[in-house]
Each structure stands twice: as structure tokens, then as C-alpha cells.
Design a protein around this ligand. Structure first.
Ligand code: CTP
Length: 396
């Protein structure tokens, strides 16, 4: 979402300025055209040379830079930008923004901007909690400025509390979310993700190799696209993305109950979970002891969550995943018809399970659309863009 975006990164005076170096590196890696502007105080904490080396561009620090043809960097820089991000934003700089002060290049270009402004505050916890700062933050929100963080934790001064600037990775994610088109604004999505665990005894289970990464990537991107997301997580070792309503349901039966309890009012249902097709008829309450002979497990078929949701009287827009080891398109197409789905995502099981990237083919009534191999977040963006356009065209 950020490739070729032009971002002015403003750095003000604060110890968190060191995190801005990593942020520039990540932004450049994501394809962003970064123009760094530093206040005089920022230059006490980190040098413009560092920022120039990382951004690949001269850094602006003063109002009177002669390299801008019309001699007006405060106008030029913001006119070329898709957004201005101030990270770190000191308490003093926030106060300046509130009052529309323009006594250095960064504050002047913020005042003269015609693009969105995002700020990542960084300060001591008492400064953050001070009513003056809180009044300023409320005013900035009222003025349409996006506030990113701050985080809570150990501070440079040794105190613990709110005021730490978000980490560079978090700021990158926030900026990416900011630039993501809100194609799912107002939509409610229910997503199942991860593997299920069917307990044999208290220490053993039938499960599979699904990591939950694809489902979690879809949940994260759906939030970025403006959706309200309920995530029903099976067994997974990764953390759920922020701003989703996460429900843990580890067995196929628990997942079925959780989905049915939450399906009313959902606009879109995406079954990404690798749900066990069979579960032990009974779970032994005691650990099963080894015997000399073979062990026979009696399994029963689980309920098909996706097929049952798609068969509801007023089903949401239902999307399935088909991970296959052979005859991918044929099996996936058969599943789409059998489960009455407008869309199924086919992926090759062995190369997708547990990996950070994926190669999928979207199959709908118009045929197949193969996507290139890409990180799961990028694949999620393309899948959700397709879902949004199919869902909207069905409503109209
Ligand atoms: N699914 C489900 N509930 C089940 C089994 C599968 O909701 N009990 C969903 C999965 O989340 C996925 C789709 O159905 O979106 C296809 O799952 P998959 O395991 O590939 O297909 P199955 O129908 O189980 O068929 P098979 O295992 O024989 O390939």
C-alpha cells in the first residue's frame, strides 16, 4: 500500500529520535519516498547525516535552504507529500501544532500542509499525563490529526508509564493501515484461522500443520480496510492482530459453536481454519498407556462449519480456502460448488503451511485468477480487494 507514497518524516527533539533511523530504513524498504525534516533540537539527538544516508536524500533542517528553487521549502515539501509523519513528536511540538505556531521549518510546513498529518508522541509519562498535553491531544484529534500511540513501558528517564514512542515496526504498520483504501468500511467480517486440536487424551491430539498466519493476515488487513473483525482462532502460536475481537476455539466442535454464535449480522465469512474432518468419539480422561499391540482410535466426522454457514437462510458472503496436495484447481472448484460458495481460494498445501508467503488462485463463477507468490499480508490485500468488489457488486 505504501509503494511510491511520498512521506515527509518530521523528527523533533527527544531521545526516541534514535527510533526514527530504523523507521526511515523500514519505510525506504517498503518503497516509500521519504523526505526527512529535522528540528534544531532533533539534531542534538541524531545527526542529519545518518538520516541522509538512510533516506538517500538531503535532510532539511532550516527555513532558509537555498536548494529549493523557489526558496520556500515549507510550501514545496508538503505539496509533494501524501502524508506528513512526525516521529517523535515532543510535547512542545504538539503544543505548537495546536496553536498554529510557525517558527521553524517543520512547524511551518505542518501549518502550510495540504495533506494528512500523523503524529507519534514521545515524552516522559508526567508530561504525557499533564492536563495541558491531554488538552492539546484532544484538540489535535478534533483538528483531524491522527495520533499514533504512545505506548506504555520503561522510559529513558527510568520511570514506567505511558509516553514511549511506538516502535518503528508499529509505526510502519500504522502508516500502511492509514494508506490502505477503506474498501470494507462498515462491513462485519468473521474469520476462522489456525488448526484445530482434537484431543485423544489429556496430552495427545489430532491436529495439522496450519500456522494461522494466512487467517491472521486477512484479519489484520480487513481491519486496515475499515472492517469490524471477529477472529475465531484455533491452535496457533502467533499473536492475534490488534483491534480484532479474538475468540479462542481449539476443537472443531468448539469452533463450530463459536462461529454459529457469532454469525448473525456478519456481512462476510472467511473460513481459513484447517478444521479437522474427524475427531475421536471419546477423549480419554487419563493418559492412554502404551500396550504391546496396535492402538485403534474411533473417530467421528466433524460438522462442516463453512458448508453449514453457506446453507443458512440468509448467509453472509462466504469464502473458503482449499489447501490441496494435487489437482488443486479441480478439487478447489468442486469444493466451491459443493459448499455453495461464491469464492474459494486454492493453495498448494505443502508450500503454504507455516510459511510467511503464499501463492493462491482465486476461483469464482467467472473462472480462475492466479496471484503471484507474495508475503501473506500482500496476498490478503489482494484477496480482500477481490472480496470487497464481489460483495459490493452482489449488493447493487
Ligand atoms: N471447513 C470447515 N469445517 C470443516 C472442514 C472444512 O469450515 N469441518 C472449511 C475450511 O475452513 C476451508 C474449507 O472448508 O475453508 C475447505 O476445507 P478443506 O479441509 O480443504 O476441505 P474439506 O471439505 O475438509 O475436504 P477434504 O479435507 O476432503 O479436502
Amino acid at each position: 500500500m505504501m509503494t511510491n507514497k511520498k512521506v515527509v518524516l518530521g523528527i523533533t527533539g527527544g531521545i526516541a529520535a534514535y527510533k526514527a533511523a530504523e523507521l526511515v530504513r523500514l519505510l525506504v524498504k517498503a518503497g516509500v519516498d521519504v523526505q526527512v525534516v529535522m528540528t534544531e533540537a532533533a539534531c542534538q539527538f541524531i545527526t542529519p547525516v545518518t538520516m541522509q544516508a538512510l533516506s538517500g536524500k538531503p535532510v532539511f533542517t532550516g527555513m532558509w535552504d537555498s536548494s529549493i528553487a523557489n526558496g520556500m521549502p515549507h510550501i514545496e515539501l508538503s505539496r509533494q507529500a501524501d502524508a506528513i509523519l512526525i516521529a517523535p513528536a515532543s510535547a512542545d511540538f504538539l503544543a505548537k501544532l495546536v496553536h498554529g505556531r510557525a517558527d521553524d521549518l517543520l512547524s511551518t510546513l505542518c501549518l502550510a500542509r495540504d495533506c494528512p498529518l500523523l503524529v507519534a508522541p514521545a515524552m516522559n509519562k508526567q508530561m504525557w499525563e499533564n492536563p495541558a498535553t491531554q488538552r492539546n491531544i484532544a484538540q489535535l484529534i478534533d483538528d483531524g490529526i491522527t495520533i499514533l500511540g504512545p505506548d506504555s513501558g520503561e522510559q529513558a528517564c527510568g520511570e514506567i508509564g505511558l509516553g514511549r514512542m511506538l516502535e518503528a515496526e508499529q509505526l510502519l504498520a500504522e502508516l500502511n493501515a492509514f494508506f490502505t483504501p477503506k474498501l470494507l468500511s462498515g462491513k462485519r467480517l468473521l474469520i476462522t484461522a489456525g488448526a484445530t486440536l482434537e484431543m485423544i487424551d489429556p496430552v495427545r491430539a489430532i491436529t495439522n500443520l496450519s500456522s494461522g498466519k494466512m487467517g491472521y493476515a486477512l484479519a489484520k488487513v480487513a481491519v486496515d480496510m475499515g472492517a469490524t473483525v471477529t477472529l475465531i482462532s484455533g491452535a496457533t502460536s502467533i499473536n492475534p492482530p490488534p483491534n480484532v475481537f479474538n475468540i479462542i476455539a481449539t476443537s472443531a466442535d468448539n469452533m463450530y459453536q463459536a462461529v454459529m454464535k457469532n454469525i448473525a449480522m456478519q456481512d462476510i465469512f472467511i473460513g481459513v481454519a484447517a478444521v479437522a474432518d474427524y475427531a475421536p468419539i471419546e477423549t480419554s480422561t487419563k493418559k492412554i498407556k502404551k500396550s504391546e499391540h496396535s492402538l485403534t482410535l474411533h473417530l467421528t466426522k466433524t460438522k462442516d462449519i463453512l458448508a453449514d454457514v453457506a446453507s443458512l437462510p440468509n448467509p453472509p458472503f462466504c469464502v473458503g480456502f482449499a489447501a490441496e496436495s494435487e489437482d488443486l484447481i479441480e478439487y478447489a472448484s468442486q469444493k466451491r460448488i459443493a459448499k455453495k460458495l461464491p469464492l474459494i481460494i486454492a493453495n498448494e498445501a505443502i508450500s503454504a503451511l507455516g510459511n510467511d508467503d503464499n501463492q493462491v488462485t482465486l476461483i469464482d463463477e467467472n473462472g480462475t485468477h492466479a496471484l503471484s507468490r507474495a508475503p501473506k499480508t500482500e496476498v490478503a490485500q489482494l484477496i480482500l480487494t477481490h472480496i470487497a468488489s464481489m460483495h459490493i457488486s452482489r449488493l447493487s
